[in-house]
Design a protein around this ligand. Structure first.
Ligand SMILES: O=C(O)[C@@H](CO)OP(=O)(O)O
Ligand SMILES: [Mn+2]
Ligand SMILES: [Mn+2]
Length: 528
């Protein structure tokens, strides 16, 4: 059989839904995608819940679990599930790291928790935080300080007070003469601390100064901070500015020498930079940390085993083996991966089972296009044209047999909740697909088009009783995603239980190389 190059496009956040209302995918003018769907073999894949290793089918998909599944051909229990199990079995609290952090936080020191405060289950879960606080008290810690990142991106866009009330009630239920737990600082997740892939270090610097040094606008409590900022700025939770809780002008939870600090997020991309700020010594040059306190720091998970980030952690990450890249490297296939900063790690680090190092320097080429650092509803096309220019060049060079890319638009613009901008984002992806198609034809290649989870397909939250206007929905969806094959005469399966992890074997079949025996089966029923 003639070897033909395979090009895989992940349209981040572009899921399938029959509904038209608030569906930016349906509303977009997208002649190429429509043509592909109408004329090419296509099917639907599960991209959420159990199919991608999440605790339940009520859990929406996300980029980490989606790219892990595509890139490794198997379903692994993911961070959300592993942390649940580690807490429920009590093993987490038996670990050396937990014991050391608890011991360190006694005798006049504090235990600090930093993380995303919601039940979104993409980066974190508020129940994990509660379990850790409760156990800290049971083991004799006397002072707990919580530094909250407001979500509104994996949960309704203005839901922060629900979670603030929950955690404050929880802590008040534990507080007594010997135990004092309270919120010390916070801010919107897209404003402070939770940057990813080094897109915007100043965000992390601001978070550091707020959490560690208490440098920021002061409020008496988190509710006052959130309400004041909402009135003043009108922005949604993820964009609320940072705040410090203070009494008589004094921050209530500075992070000081000897304290313990736990980052309770389990997902890695947006956790790594703040970990580095805590973990690295003099070699850290991303911003001036001021007087860096000497603390015991740990992450909920190990976020990158190659780079050892963080140095100490509470839960072992899934040990993802037999990845597609590893298999293709074994077969001598030359690979090319490209995206812009916001999703670069998705097609490299997440794709390869949360590994930042390559399996082969010779056979793997990574290209990153710099993302804008502005709200994406202002530039919904993002870097789709620049990614496409480079991808076409790579396809036409004839050097690579397997090429992959991620277009962030449906997801990153979808997260802003702006329907009009998201429609433009989807159209930008379609324009790119049209250009790629021509290059694929030129080299007689095969194009696969899919997505890692939905987002743009539902831009409105279900209205509550009595509500007349639609509220923007900023989170991912539970919908299936498309899988389209262009340029190969194949018959695809249409089983309801097929998911993203079935893609790896499919790619191998089209490249005419052996799939790994541990993988889920190919989506192709018959090659004609
Ligand atoms: O922006 C993010 O961090 C998540 C949502 O929490 O989106 P994605 O999984 O698509 O990267
Ligand atoms: Mn995604
Ligand atoms: Mn997303």
């Amino acid at each position: 059989m003639e070897k033909r190059p395979v090009i895989l496009v992940v349209m981040d956040g572009i899921g399938l839904s029959d509904k038209t209302l608030g569906n930016a995918v349906k509303m977009a003018y997208k002649p190429t995608l429509d043509m592909l769907w109408e004329t090419c073999p296509h099917t639907e894949l599960r991209a959420h819940g159990l199919a991608v290793g999440l605790p339940t089918d009520g859990d929406m998909g996300n980029s980490e679990v989606g790219h892990n599944a595509i890139g490794c051909g198997q379903i692994y229990s993911q961070g959300a599930k592993l942390v649940n199990e580690n807490i429920e079995s009590g093993e987490l609290f038996q670990s050396k790291t937990w014991k050391e952090l608890v011991e360190g936080a006694k005798d006049g020191h504090a235990m600090h928790f930093i993380g995303l405060l919601s039940d979104g289950n993409v980066h974190s879960h508020i129940k994990h935080l509660e379990a850790l606080i409760k156990e800290a008290k049971a083991e004799g810690v006397k002072k707990v300080r919580v530094h909250i990142l407001l979500d509104g991106r994996d949960v309704p866009e203005t839901s922060a007070l629900t979670y603030v009330d929950e955690i404050e009630n929880f802590m008040n239920g534990l507080n007594d003469a010997d135990f004092d737990a309270r919120i010390a600082s916070g801010g919107g997740r897209m404003q402070i601390t939770m940057d990813r892939y080094e897109a915007n270090w100043p965000m992390v610097e601001e978070g550091w100064n707020i959490h560690v040094h208490g440098k920021g606008r002061q409020f008496a409590n988190a509710t006052e901070a959130i309400e004041t900022y909402r009135n003043e700025t009108g922005v949604v939770d993820q964009d609320l500015p940072g705040f410090v809780i203070a009494e008589n002008g004094q921050p209530v939870g500075l992070i000081e020498d000897g304290d313990s600090v736990i980052l309770f997020n389990f997902r890695g991309d947006r956790a790594q930079e703040i970990c580095r700020a805590f973990d690295e010594d003099e070699e850290f040059d991303k911003f001036d940390r001021g007087n860096k306190p000497d603390v015991n720091f740990a992450g909920m998970l190990q976020y990158d085993a190659d780079l050892n980030i963080p140095k100490r952690y509470l839960t072992e990450p899934p040990k993802i083996k037999y990845t597609l890249t590893e298999q293709l490297v074994k077969e001598g296939i030359n690979e090319y991966a490209i995206s812009e900063t916001q999703k670069f790690g998705h097609v490299t680090y997440f794709w390869n089972g949360n590994r930042s190092e390559k399996f082969s320097e010779d056979l793997e080429t990574y290209v990153q296009v710099d993302s804008d650092v502005i709200p994406f509803e202002q530039r919904p096309w993002m870097k789709s044209a620049e990614i496409t220019d480079k991808l076409i060049e790579a396809i036409e060079s004839g050097k690579y047999q397997f090429l992959r890319t991620n277009y962030p638009n449906g997801d990153m613009v979808g997260h802003t909740g702006n329907l009009e901008a998201t429609i433009i984002g989807v159209e930008a992806v379609d324009l790119a697909l049209g250009r790629i198609l021509k290059a694929v034809e030129k080299v007689n290649g095969i194009l696969l088009v899919t997505a890692d989870h939905g987002n743009a397909d539902e831009m409105y939250d279900k209205p509550k009783e009595g509500e007349k206007v639609h509220k923007a929905k900023t989170s991912h969806t539970l919908n299936k995603v498309p899988f389209i094959v262009y340029g190969a005469d194949v018959k695809l399966k249409h089983d309801d239980d097929m998911g993203l992890s079935d893609i790896a074997a499919t790619v191998c079949q089209l490249l005419d190389v052996k799939p790994n025996e541990n993988w889920r089966p190919s989506i192709i029923e018959e090659m004609k």
